[in-house]
Ligand binder design. Structure first.
Ligand SMILES: Cc1cc2nc3c(=O)[nH]c(=O)nc-3n(C[C@H](O)[C@H](O)[C@H](O)COP(=O)(O)OP(=O)(O)OC[C@H]3O[C@@H](n4cnc5c(N)ncnc54)[C@H](O)[C@@H]3O)c2cc1C
Length: 481
């Protein structure tokens, strides 16, 4: 029986970026809070998600660019790779960032308790033999990798997107010779290209007929698929993974191509399962709090992030697609702050705004997306104008000899309001912010055309895509005017 109870204004399940944003905002409003954590303080983004992946992806790009200089006159070079040292520097970056941006912010009115946390009643959770009660409770337990029911998987050691973690035994410290990746979403693409550039022989297995099959323009998967093929990454689409087994030092996957019923075997040293993520709502005693979940197991919330139990809120990955949310760090961080505002501020309640969420995939070239795809715009009843322009027509891309990719703009054909942009290309993750701001203020195609752009920049892609509404961008002179 727990023998101690502590009371707080805000009890938070989790200690990721969503939890920290809520705790800090609560502190600004003069309230006490406690976060809880069963793994590493700071959660997924800093410890095993955004930060380690972006650190290593850039290192892999350095190796790749040296081997494949884009400029005649620069001799290809093979840089040395000490994978263990590379992992050690990644851990160093994580430790330093975690200290600066997470651990050092705890203190005063916000604290952390370590251990597995579960609800025992709507206002009470239990952790490591203690009970914590809160006037307000926030569920911010994030998400974890989905492990599909593949025959034999339980007997085979397999990796998940957790492989870049630190301070945990599952961290991957040696480079596999070969890697079989199940999945064709953003984590599969980022990690697949990264490991291939480090020198692993990578094969991607995607059950749909193309990469990035869900929620992206069809041109996106096609465009990045071509890049991957050129880099020697094997992409097998329309394939069903029937079973896996261990054979000596290798994993053997039996796959079946859609339609033909024939099976074949693929072998690799390691297997990475990257088939999506699910909200962490199954081990937190949620039924004892009476909180309702949606069909995907995400916590149901209203536009103020309140659950069906009025003092319990939820935010971050754990709400899945509720209120049109996305599983991404800035979304959780913004929403964590909104929760504390709505719980503690005397000011008017803030509703979440998930209408405009720019997203990026850090492949090379980068993929960035904001707003609606053509299909989504049509489904929403817009008469659609949309066009795709190849990156070869962007002056900067030509100037720096990096012409891989495309930009697609989707607009309402009657009002000319721009509804969505997808870009595959150098610096797409930076360029997409101009589009996001424009969509936020309901900009039209003419706003993009009239806006002067710095020459030569990749952001001119937006202006050129807009101009393609009226003329062939291949016939433009310099500066896209
Ligand atoms: C490989 C990878 C790359 C990514 N790259 C990016 C990127 O580049 N940009 C981006 O925006 N997003 C990226 N993401 C997504 C991003 O990491 C998440 O959206 C974000 O971390 C979610 O934050 P959160 O606070 O909601 O949850 P989390 O950060 O997951 O925090 C939840 C915490 O709660 C803890 N917890 C759960 N249950 C319990 C329990 N019962 N008891 C105690 N503790 C518990 C967990 O251990 C976890 O630490 C990436 C994710 C992965 C996996």
């Amino acid at each position: 029986m727990p023998n101690e109870t502590q009371h707080y204004d805000l009890v938070i399940l989790g200690s990721g970026s969503t939890a920290f944003a809520a705790a800090l905002r609560a502190q600004e409003l003069g309230k006490t809070s406690v976060m809880t954590e069963e793994r590493t303080v700071g959660g997924t983004c800093v410890n095993r998600g955004c930060l380690p992946s972006k650190n290593l992806i850039e290192a892999a790009k350095l190796l790749h660019d040296a081997r494949h200089p884009r400029y005649p006159g620069i001799t290809p070079a093979t840089l040395g790779l000490d994978f263990k040292a590379l992992i050690a520097q990644k851990d160093e970056v994580i430790h330093s960032y975690r200290k600066k941006k997470y651990e050092s912010l705890v203190g005063g009115q916000s604290s952390i308790q370590e251990g597995h946390v579960e609800f025992v009643a709507p206002h009470t959770v239990e952790i490591s033999g203690r009970r914590l009660t809160g006037d307000t409770v926030l569920i911010a337990t994030g998400s974890r990798a989905i492990v599909p029911g593949i025959a034999g998987l339980q007997n085979v050691p397999y990796l998940t997107s957790d492989l870049l973690t630190n301070d945990e035994p599952i961290e991957m410290k040696t480079l596999p010779r070969s890697l079989l990746i199940v999945g064709g979403g953003y984590i599969a693409l980022e990690l697949g290209q990264m490991f291939a550039r480090f020198g692993a022989d990578v094969t991607l297995l995607e059950r749909n007929s193309q990469l990035l099959a869900n929620g992206y323009e069809p041109e996106t998967g096609k465009s990045i698929g071509e890049v991957f093929e050129k880099e020697g990454i094997r992409v097998i689409t329309g394939v069903h993974l029937r079973s896996v087994r261990q054979d000596g030092n290798e994993v053997v996957a039996t796959v079946e191509m859609s339609g033909d019923g024939n099976t074949r075997e693929l072998r690799a040293e390691k297997l990475l399962v990257a088939t999506g993520r699910r909200p962490n709502t199954d081990r937190i005693g949620i039924e004892k709090a009476g909180v309702a979940l949606d069909e995907q197991g995400a916590v149901r919330v209203d536009e103020h992030l309140r659950t069906n139990v009025s003092h319990i809120f939820a935010a971050g990955d754990v709400i899945g697609r509720e209120q049109e949310s996305q599983m991404a760090t800035p979304v959780g961080s913004q929403d964590g702050g909104i929760v504390s505002h709505n719980a503690f501020s005397p000011e008017k309640a803030r509703a979440v705004n998930h209408r405009i969420i720019p997203r990026a995939i850090f492949t090379d070239p980068q993929i960035a997306v904001v707003g609606m795809t053509e299909k989504e715009a049509q489904a929403a009843g817009h008469p659609c104008w949309c066009n795709t322009v190849p990156t070869t027509l962007i002056p900067r891309a030509g100037a720096i000899r990096d012409t891989q990719g495309m930009i697609k703009m989707v607009a309402d054909a009657e009002t000319n309001e721009v509804l969505g942009v997808t870009m595959v290309g150098n610096s797409a993750a930076e360029v997409i912010h101009e589009a996001a701001m424009a969509l936020r203020f309901h900009a039209t195609i003419h706003d993009f055309i009239d806006q002067l752009h710095v020459y030569p920049t990749m952001a001119e892609a937006l202006k050129i895509a807009a101009i393609s509404r009226y003329k062939d961008p291949a016939t433009l002179s310099c500066c896209a005017e």
